[in-house]
Write a protein that binds this ligand. Sequence first.
Ligand SMILES: [Zn+2]
Length: 232
Amino acid sequence: MKPPDNHVHTRWSWDTASSSTMELACERARDLGLPGLAFTEHVDFTAWGDGDGGATAPADVGARPRVTPMNVQGYLADLARCRELYPELRLLSGIEAGEPHLFAGSVAAVLAAGEFERVLGSLHAVEHRGGLEYVDSSLLADVDPHDLMRRYLTDMVELVAGSSVFDVLAHCDYPRRYWPTDRAGEYSEADFEEEYRTVFRELASSGRALEIKHQEPAGIGGADALVVAGGR
Ligand SMILES: [Zn+2]
């Protein structure tokens, strides 16, 4: 039995093409023989809201021109339709909450707007020049990559300790996707072993699961093929 893909983005995520529908993801899952999917759409924010950690967080949320609020009603309607169309698939509702320890109030408002069965926690941004900046190639070009990776993993411990809203920690070493091999050499986990271990200890002590990326050549609906091993 293949594992389900528990981290799928569709057109309801701000970074995913409008042609990337839930139906297409379900068709693909059926073709691949997957037992189910979790539609964990991105929930990110561009400003501090009520109940957020803005006071202790960086002054600004850096430019996030494409981030838009999740359309919860549209998402849930799609999901209900897919559950009727694909009864053989186990389809979970969900979100991927970005920096949930900093946006606790804003995330809670989204979670209150619908029923979400799978909540991923993820860190895509760190403090840089007084603002919260996405970790991507342009940030990595501006800093020492090893320093940034250490800071990222340290912030990750704060995220895990500071938010209980999520069940599964997504992509625990996200910046490596943009690792500048030309400047920094090959990425080596061993360089950050202690930092990784600290994250995993914190996560395990709260009984939560780590997302494991399962390398399949073909992703689901354009998203990464990711599975969750263990956990609730
Ligand atoms: Zn993510």
